[in-house]
Design a protein around this ligand. Structure first.
Ligand SMILES: Cc1cc2nc3c(=O)[nH]c(=O)nc-3n(C[C@H](O)[C@H](O)[C@H](O)COP(=O)(O)O)c2cc1C
Length: 148
């Protein structure tokens, strides 16, 4: 599992790339390269994909160390998307925007998605979902990925 807290990256800028791609970018590109499917979980910031998620995808799409396009990390692979937020919509607007961005990267985006609303009340003290129905909705996304 990739926790973006473990991959602090500068905001993408061509000058930074020209000066030397950050080691954390190469590390994450290697992880993407090793996997055929992905599940992305995101919050929503002001009705959009958080800058952290967008910035991560921007860095991943850049050329690999061997010169291949970063798109080779995504092309022909499948991704599922889920979100969580304290609001009623659970980050649904972020998912709609993220779906478009991921398709642009040549990923197949699983049709089933799940936006968890009132997320601040959805987990117990052990960080487990309290409501089985929520777990089933996430499982349905994973089953879509597996079916692909
Ligand atoms: C700048 C900012 C904007 C946010 N905008 C939204 C929003 O538009 N809709 C929403 O449901 N939640 C919004 N939230 C709440 C986040 O989706 C999220 O639930 C919360 O920040 C906790 O997740 P995080 O610690 O990963 O950011 C916002 C949070 C921040 C910090």
């Amino acid at each position: 599992m990739i926790d973006l807290n473990d991959f602090p990256l500068p905001i993408y800028n061509g000058d930074i790339e020209d000066a030397g791609v950050p080691a954390k970018v190469r590390e994450m590109q290697a992880i993407f390269d090793q996997h055929d499917s992905f599940l992305i979980a995101t919050p929503e910031y002001n009705g959009a994909v958080p800058a952290l998620v967008k910035n991560t995808l921007d860095w991943m799409s850049r050329s690999l160390e061997n010169g291949d396009s970063g798109i080779t990390l995504f092309k022909g692979k499948v991704v599922g998307i889920i979100s969580a937020s304290p609001g009623a919509l659970g980050g649904l607007r972020a998912l709609l925007a993220l779906r478009d961005q991921l398709a642009k990267l040549s990923l197949w985006v699983a049709p089933t998605q799940f936006a968890l609303g009132q997320a601040h009340e959805a987990f117990d003290d052990n960080n487990q979902l309290k409501n089985d129905e929520h777990g089933k909705r996430i499982q349905a996304v994973i089953e879509d990925i597996a079916a692909f």
